[in-house]
Design a protein around this ligand. Sequence first.
Ligand code: E4P
Length: 217
Amino acid sequence: MKFFVDTADVAAIAELAELGMVDGVTTNPSLILKSGRDILEVTREICGLVDGPVSAEVVALSAPEMIDEGRKLADIAPNIAVKVPLTWDGLKACKALTTEGFTVNVTLCFSAGQALLAAKAGASFVSPFIGRLDDINMDGMDLIADIRTIYDNYGFGTEILAASIRSVNHVTQAALMGADVATAPPDVLKKMAEHPLTDKGLAAFMADWEKTGQKIL
Ligand code: E4P
């Protein structure tokens, strides 16, 4: 499974990238707002930090304007993935931009039918939003499983990018369901290293080591 970081926080991306944990980055208008930075400037900086796809989202609602914005965003760096919403206009923009050779991530996917359309429009990635489905008492993981089955049934190459991830469990469940990518906030990725038994075991080893009176360095 590939890990994308869902943030426009350059310092957080740099820290995880140093560990080789970052296969890509996803941003959205809310994350750009949170960063307090100019979209073109911060996206360029992120593209310089990671080799993989960096999703930058269009904000127009009509296909022709999305296409123009997509071209401008794609101009930032060769590893830009243009993010378009899963609307009819977004699908038109997806088709046009992929035909021009750009990488496209179709976002805000909440149903298997929408994911089928994204694949048919040539999307490189489709982003089903797990957490936001859970928020309305639906099971986001069922959606990942359904999309996996449908894409495998017909051999679609569109990668399933599990998004709106809020917990470590979301990441592991998405991996079990066969999502190709999980995009998660930096704190969720870091929490994956934590386990109470690891802490307990380490504390016991430290206590015993202290008793030996030895030193390694
Ligand atoms: C994905 O690309 C989105 O940026 C993101 O995962 C949305 O997550 P949220 O529902 O926690 O805002």
